[in-house]
Ligand binder design. Structure first.
Ligand code: GTP
Ligand code: MG
Length: 585
């Protein structure tokens, strides 16, 4: 489900720092303190020195608050395809005739685009009223009046004479070369994990563009279902999104019912005449089918629309060309939204969580454990669950179990979806921070040790109870769905893919352990720590072999793995049910 990311993104804030150069990670003020922007600014700070004492303890927003504010912001925002050479000053002056602008930025993705947030929604009506549908010579235009506009120059020579002042910053993840440079120049493994997080996490602008894209799709769906809501979920909003990740959207039709205020006066009750279908699933398929058609025929910038209606969770997949996002639109998928909220809480509770998840996700991707094609591979969602589970096992635990989050819940947190109890505390300020002070370096090493030795053939991963449990079935990898507890979120994973994960985890634990004894000096230009782990096994083995000038590392790793494999079939488990391995050859 990977998407091509947004290209070069340029950004300037009109209200605050009109001509300030965009610099990361220090974010310029985007709106008043206490807004979503402020919450995201906090996220952008280098996240998570292992000393938890240095963590930001200021109040954190609830997931629903963030969603509400972002959505409202997106509704006041438009997307404009601009000529390449444009005077920013004139552009803003021209648009300001429709009302004051709160914020704007430019990005490049097969052309120059501007995202413009007005202070008031009314400005958009004014802009729409002053806009005409293009008349075509050879083709015919479908007169759909969206919030996605095309800006043309009346007099190009007049505009280009001015030197354009549009500064850009690249919003794609760094190239492998740049990443290795950054990682090799880091001061410690902790620093490496935090650097990777900083380079890969979604930027403020990318997040805005994701909410805007949902809002634009909502406008199209509203043609059929006025008052529907299209909400982003998954890694776009759960704090674990990497630049370039797909945009998961949820078409929420339930809110419509809630809008009607039942007037219980009199002897009658009026309800809508509706068409009935045999099941909820068929209703979902019919709705998505028609929305898919609509996106395909009328949706500006929506291309490659595929209706995947027979999947367990029916969806419409398409590319939103202007934003560069690969989009998956589902409906009747409220539990996934709740999962996103849960992950958001886990991601915000301790700064080490996101740093570790990002590194594990990048490690898995670097070794082709995860791919963008659906199949027998581990997914990012499963990897995140594994990290959460691992952090629940630490002593003292870094993350609470889902059951303990349920115990902390108030009456207003109660949530039952399709008979599944999805209740947990939503105010993360009420959750006590962990007293665990382990470094990211230790956690990364221990993560690989832990899962390199996990009894996958016997045990299931369960973040609800936070402890290993007997597997209820024979799937190679069993990770209990936190809300639909009879389901396994990694049912698709094959034995060979699981074995590959285990082998790589053992190898990575071993590399880190070996390095402890003999860490290359920063001036040696040798990949070390996380950089060494992200290299493919072959390249890595070569560099280790060169460094140690002993037997080739590939041979040592093979011997080690052989000994581990034979140990793991022969060795008895320890008292607490975990196996131990020796990582020495
Ligand atoms: P990316 O790989 O960055 O897109 O991560 P993601 O978390 O967005 O994963 P994905 O796009 O595959 O799925 C989107 C969301 O759907 C996840 O965050 C989960 O909330 C939910 N989801 C994905 N796979 C499963 C699954 O197997 N079972 C359940 N219950 N939910 C899932
Ligand atoms: Mg996703």
């Amino acid at each position: 489900m990977a998407a091509c990311g947004v290209g070069r993104l340029t950004c300037l804030s009109l209200c605050a720092q009109r001509n300030a150069r965009f610099q990361r990670p220090a974010f310029r003020p985007l709106s008043s303190p206490g807004t979503v922007a402020a919450a995201f600014r906090r996220e952008e700070l280098p996240s998570g020195s292992a000393e938890t004492g240095s963590e930001d303890r200021s109040p954190k927003k609830r997931f629903t608050e963030v969603q509400k504010e972002r959505r409202e912001q997106a509704q006041r925002t438009v997307l404009i395809h601009c000529p390449n050479k444009i005077s920013e000053k004139k552009f803003l002056k021209y648009l300001s005739q429709h009302g004051p602008i709160n914020n704007h930025f430019f990005y490049e993705s097969f052309g120059l685009y501007a995202v413009v947030e007005f202070c008031q929604k009314e400005s958009i009506h004014s802009l729409k009223n002053g806009t005409h549908t293009p008349s075509m010579v050879t083709e015919a235009a479908i007169p759909f009046r969206s919030r996605f506009f095309n800006l043309k120059l009346k007099n190009p020579s007049n505009q280009t004479s001015e030197r354009p002042y549009i500064q850009s910053s690249n919003q794609l993840p760094p190239s492998s070369k740049k990443l290795f440079e950054l990682l090799c120049n880091a001061e410690s493994i902790d620093d490496q994990l935090n650097t990777l997080l900083k380079e890969f996490q979604l930027t403020e602008e990318n997040t805005r563009l994701r909410y805007l894209t949902c809002s634009l799709i909502e406008d199209i769906a509203a043609a059929y279902f006025p008052d529907c809501t299209v909400r982003p979920f998954g890694s776009s909003v759960n704090t674990f999104g990497k630049l370039g990740c797909d945009l998961d959207m949820f078409l929420d039709l339930d809110e419509i019912g809630k809008l009607s205020t039942h007037k219980n006066i009199g002897n009658f009750l009026v309800e809508f005449q509706v068409k009935n279908v045999p099941s909820e699933r068929i209703a979902t398929q019919k709705i998505l089918s028609v929305i898919g058609e609509c996106l395909d025929h009328f949706g500006p910038s929506c291309v490659g629309v595929q209706k995947i209606l027979n999947a367990r969770c029916p969806l419409v997949r398409f590319s939103h060309q202007a934003s560069g996002f690969q989009c998956d639109l589902t409906t009747n998928n409220r539990i996934a939204l709740k999962s996103s909220e849960l992950l958001y809480i886990y991601g915000a509770l301790d700064s080490r969580v996101r740093a570790l998840v990002f590194s594990v996700r990048c490690w898995a991707r670097a070794h082709s454990l995860t791919t963008s094609i659906p199949g027998a591979w581990i997914t990012n969602f499963s990897l995140t669950m594994m990290v959460i589970f691992f952090l629940q096992q630490r002593s003292p635990p870094i993350l609470p179990t889902l059951d303990s989050l349920k115990t902390l819940a108030d009456a207003e947190d109660k949530c039952i979806i399709e008979g599944n109890n999805c209740t947990f505390i939503r105010d993360l300020n009420k959750i006590k921070p962990s007293e665990n002070t382990e470094t990211l370096e230790i956690l990364l090493k221990e993560f690989f040790e832990y899962f390199g030795n996990f009894t996958f053939n016997k045990n299931s991963i369960n973040i609800r109870q936070g402890r290993e449990q007997n597997k209820p079935d024979s799937s190679p990898l069993h990770i209990q769905n936190p809300f639909e507890t009879s389901l396994n979120i990694s049912k698709n994973v094959s034995q060979s893919q699981l074995q590959k994960f285990v082998d790589l985890a053992r190898e990575s634990a071993w590399i880190l352990q070996e390095e402890d004894k003999d860490r290359p000096s920063p001036s040696s230009n040798q990949p070390w720590g996380l950089a060494a782990l992200l290299l493919s096994s072959i390249t890595n083995s070569k560099s280790l072999a060169k460094k140690k000038n002993k037997r080739p590392a590939s041979e040592r790793i093979r011997n080690l793995l052989d000994s581990i494999k034979s140990n793991s079939t022969e060795n008895a488990t320890t008292a607490n049910g975990k196996r131990t391995i020796s990582t020495h050859t």
